[in-house]
Design a protein around this ligand. Sequence first.
Ligand SMILES: Nc1nc2c(ncn2[C@@H]2O[C@H](COP(=O)(O)OP(=O)(O)OP(=O)(O)O)[C@@H](O)[C@H]2O)c(=O)[nH]1
Ligand SMILES: [Mg+2]
Length: 400
Amino acid sequence: MPGLSTELADVTEVEYRQLRLEQVVLVGVWTDGSAAQADASLVELARLAETAGSQVLDALVQRRERPDPATYIGSGKVLELREIVLGTGADTVICDGELTPGQLRQLEAKLKVKVIDRTALILDIFAQHARSREGKAQVELAQLSYFLPRLRGWGESLSRQAGGAGGGADGGVGTRGPGETKLETDRRRIHRRIAKLRREIAAMRTVRDTKRGRRRANEVPNVAIVGYTNAGKSSLLNVITGAEVLVQDALFATLDPTTRRATTPQGREYTLTDTVGFVRHLPTEGRDTTMPAELVVVNKIDHADELVLSRLRCLLPEAAFVSAHTGAGITGLVQRIADALPQPQVEVDALVPWTQGALVARVHAEGELLATDHTEDGTRLRARVRPDLAGALAEYVVQA
Ligand SMILES: Nc1nc2c(ncn2[C@@H]2O[C@H](COP(=O)(O)OP(=O)(O)OP(=O)(O)O)[C@@H](O)[C@H]2O)c(=O)[nH]1
Ligand SMILES: [Mg+2]
């Protein structure tokens, strides 16, 4: 089972069916929005399924006011889906939404193949792609939290199977005892594992916040690249900073946010962070969604249809239109990032002695230089800087 830790496989060996997706059929419920939106959602689900390593054999959508509480799609559609499963030889059905444990269980019972939902699929891809310790821990935590309430469902349907024709609807005395005991043990072990992961993640977060805190103290502004998966966020980071972050024509190539140093054309330093992409119904837990200001970037203009592009330009007059591949628009984008950085507020006029070269360098990197002059006694600087740097320059300030 790619990505899922052996521990999880171990504790749930009976109840948890491995997410080995091979030949799949997709099914969606179209509740509102246009037909085109419903199609787009299913196309995206197909790409996700392929990213997870499976082959999509067929797909169907049902128009309904809301998903069926028992089986997600209506009972007639279940029969139709069963025919498709039999006809194509699919081993898995993937539903385009988040299903309740009960819906999953009932669909599995009726379709007689493994049924998973969009969330499980995304978590599976995350598990395959996470690289850093923190990333892996977060994915495992998300998976365990997702699977915990679903354990009972799988356990029950299996014990029903074990009970055979003779076992009643509740599994019967002989089948239930040991199974439930094992289930309880597994649940407790998973709860313990979840608690341990939470502690570890909290500890790693503290380390990261300390680093971030240090950057803040140094007044280095950070710019995050956020957006849809496969939009070219990592490619942008690479072209702007010369980094070599993995770029792939795949969903969720990036799962570990990377931060790189960058400088504005004027020489000010900032950091640029690549982030995990979005999709519809992305499990949102743990995402930092505070966004002070934003600059919309439209990438891949080399790839887009002229008509689509001109429509986008009308719709998004403020956006930066770029291509990470050809470099078109990148210079302009870099300047717009520079203009959007928070401006240092304190204006200083200082004569910095030659021995204090590091201070001069800091003014170049962190501040906005207004005038500079090399005198016999040192460097005369007029600049706008942040308060902490103004403090460091205080003793050299030239009295007017
Ligand atoms: N034609 C064209 N393709 C691009 C451009 N920028 C990126 N791509 C391609 O788009 C695909 C995704 O690029 P990435 O940079 O990995 O995208 P991402 O947003 O980081 O994706 P995730 O990390 O998976 O969320 C790759 O195949 C890139 O080569 C561009 O400007 N033009
Ligand atoms: Mg990426």
